[in-house]
Design a binder for this molecule. Structure first.
Ligand code: UDP
Length: 140
């Protein structure tokens, strides 16, 4: 058993479309544990930190606008090898290629507006969690 924590976020389109319950239900039914959760908005400064690796790419400005376009729901999720498990559960970045059964495969169509974020590595998970949660807000 490799107990890990990862950062998961329901993006503005997911919140707008009323998918919070659907997505949280999937995580809970899978057997993962929510150890922190909050609704917030992502300003430009946070967007640059969260998507540091994409600064300067052609889609970056649209991404910043989209991610700040409405509230998001941020979570820290705990479980055995949860970084990999969550990446499998969210599906490919482009929902048209994401497999049925994944969040993006079942619930999205647009590569830009793809409903959910999950950290792609343990180090990234630590960094991303710290952007949104203080240690005392994570209830282990
Ligand atoms: N994105 C986009 N166009 C692209 C690639 C990415 O709009 O060609 C957006 C999309 O919302 C994606 C986010 O940028 O989820 C981060 O991209 P990344 O490659 O890190 O994908 P993810 O880790 O979200 O699957």
């Amino acid at each position: 058993m490799v107990l890990q924590r990862t950062f998961v976020m329901i993006k503005p389109d997911g919140v707008r479309r009323g998918l919070i319950g659907e997505i949280i239900g999937r995580l809970e039914r899978k057997g993962l544990k929510i150890v922190a959760m909050k609704m917030t908005r992502i300003d430009k400064q946070i967007a640059h930190k969260l998507y540091e690796e994409h600064v300067g790419k052609p889609f970056f400005n649209d991404l910043v606008e989209y991610i700040g376009s409405g509230p998001v729901v941020c979570m820290v999720i705990e479980g055995d090898e949860v970084v990999k498990v969550m990446r499998t559960m969210i599906g490919a970045t482009d929902p048209k290629e994401a497999l049925p059964g994944t969040v993006r495969g079942d619930l999205a169509m647009s590569k830009g507006e793809n409903v959910i974020h999950a950290s792609d590595a343990e180090e990234k998970a630590k960094k991303e969690m710290s952007l949104f949660f203080s240690p005392s807000e994570i209830i282990g």
